[in-house]
Write a protein that binds this ligand. Structure first.
Ligand SMILES: *Cc1c(COP(=O)(O)O)cnc(C)c1O
Length: 498
């Protein structure tokens, strides 16, 4: 291309495969000073291969530069506010990473016998006790690997308990504001889903619920505060109603960031719930890293908890496998141990008053953003916001600009987009959760960006529709990317180098 400058910093980094040329390598070995052995003869022909087709041949520094450059394209919590709602993308103190990397903890073998794992078992026991105290529940398992896995564990326990009473029942009630994992969980546990429509305040309609709960209903799955960021004010009446009809209440605790230190699900009648330790209790969330979905239960569900259980015997920790009513093991080892260490470190560093303060700060920040944006964006549900606020794009849609377009423009202002088009009960939703870890300056800058975009929509909607302008690629075909992913590189597909 005429005038094109060749630069070693490439704005569209080529694939490692495209940098490959025969003979380049990232190592140098000394000459062999022992007799050469034919690998096929030593290992068996079926265990060896001569060549990996199209395996990139590159030098060490090329590999390092390639991945270092790619890493600078990521937006992360270390760069700025991450306003994704329903996910609690907060900054997590580095000191908890340090604790998780402590030699004795990081190098413990997950199946080390109890005699040489007393410290690790003590960490888990203390965490179970702390989470029971925070949630107001009687017992906790740390086995499940994430929130959705915790849901499945909890609902399987509900099934086991109802079965032990003679009838597992057939359906689970789920409000229309629920996270998609809730109905998926119910279905995998063999239950049908009864969909409960929220009322005009965005919360559970007690009368509609009462009409639904019959002999067929095993449980209600409720998120509190719900995905609108609104607290279910009548939750105590809701749980009493379910119990009076022989049904149980599962709480999706992914939003515990809004409750810790203020109220306890166990006190408002919840039977079983999960916590996303990777959302509420300090593990960097997102990017598909390990999580932990601790599940807390009331005593009537305790016999059904996954085996084994931590137990104290003659002054030492041990594993109790003798659990005849247990739903069984739900994961290898005893959960994602590193995440458990971070959670306990976070809880102990804050202490009770500190955890409560973190919650209050999360609520303050969400309401600060809400007040700043209310004059510019439509807020369909007016109840007080908890840890997140949900706007709709109704006003901007009149100018042809939808929530996705606003999110794309936000990228030009240096922010990661908020959660787009969820929850589904809000048309064109903009879901914003700042978390407790943001300061006033950052919040003000975010509000300013969103207000500016609202003004841009008024003045020049077409300009917003073409955003983002400051990225390497602008609008991509997200549907094609999801439906027809290109997962294999073929030499024929490579363009000319640079
Ligand atoms: C994140 C989330 C889940 C699922 O948790 P994972 O750890 O991602 O499996 C469930 N419900 C709600 C409300 C959530 O925000």
């Amino acid at each position: 291309m005429p005038g094109k400058v060749r630069s070693h910093i490439n704005q569209n980094e080529s694939l490692l495969f495209e940098r490959s040329s025969p003979g380049k390598k990232g190592y140098q070995l000394p000459d062999l000073d022992v007799p050469a052995v034919d690998p096929a003869a030593a290992l068996g022909a079926e265990n060896t291969r001569r060549e990996i087709e199209d395996f990139p041949e590159v030098s060490e520094v090329e590999v390092i530069r390639h991945f270092s450059r790619l890493s600078t394209w990521n937006y992360g919590i270390d760069l700025g506010l991450f306003p994704l709602g329903s996910c609690t993308m907060k900054y997590n103190p580095r000191v908890n990473e340090l604790v998780a990397r402590t030699e004795g903890l990081a190098w413990a073998h997950p199946y080390q016998p109890p005699e040489v794992a007393q410290g690790a078992m003590e960490v888990m026991a203390q965490l179970e006790a702390a989470l029971a105290e925070i949630t107001g529940m009687d017992a906790v398992t740390l086995e499940p690997a994430a929130g959705a896995h915790g849901e499945l564990t909890g609902v399987l326990m509900i099934r086991a308990m109802l079965e032990s009473r003679g009838n597992p029942r057939r359906k689970i009630i789920i409000p229309d504001s629920a996270h998609g994992t809730n109905p998926a969980t119910a279905a995998i546990a063999g239950y049908g889903v009864a969909n409960l429509k929220s009322n005009d305040k965005g919360v559970i309609d007690l009368e509609a619920l009462s009409r639904m709960v019959d002999e067929d209903i095993a449980a209600l799955m409720v998120t509190n505060p719900n995905t609108l960021g609104v607290f279910e004010e009548e939750i105590a009446k809701v749980t009493a109603l379910m119990h009076s009809r022989g049904a149980l209440v599962y709480m999706d605790g992914a939003n515990m960031n809004a409750l810790v230190g203020i109220t306890r699900p166990g006190d408002f009648g919840v039977d079983v719930m999960h916590l996303n330790l990777h959302k509420t209790f300090s593990t960097p969330h997102g990017g598909g890293g390990p999580g932990a979905g601790a599940v807390a239960v009331k005593s009537h569900l305790e016999p059904f908890l996954p085996a084994p259980r931590l137990t104290r015997l003659d002054g030492r920790w041990n594993w109790n496998w003798n659990r005849p009513q247990s739903i069984g093991k739900v994961r290898a080892f005893y959960g994602n141990f590193g995440v458990l260490v971070r959670a306990l470190a976070y809880i102990m560093a804050h202490g009770g008053p500190g955890l409560r303060q973190a919650t209050l700060d999360a609520l303050l920040n969400a309401n600060y953003i809400r007040k700043g944006l209310e004059p510019y964006y439509d807020l369909p549900y007016q109840n007080p916001s908890m840890h997140e606020c949900v706007f709709s794009d109704d006003r901007q849609a009149k100018r042809g600009v939808r929530t996705m377009d606003i999110a794309k423009r936000l990228i030009d202002y240096g922010f990661h987009p908020y959660t787009v088009a969820f929850p589904l009960i809000v048309r064109g939703a903009l879901m914003i959760e700042p978390t407790e870890t943001e300061g006033k300056q950052e919040l003000d800058q975010f509000i300013e960006a969103m207000v500016n975009i609202a003004k841009e929509v008024e003045n020049d909607p077409l300009f917003v529709l073409k955003a983002p302008y400051d990225t390497r690629t602008s609008r991509v075909d997200e549907v094609a990317a999801a439906r027809k992913p290109v997962l294999r590189w073929k030499r024929e597909d490579a363009g000319p180098a640079d």
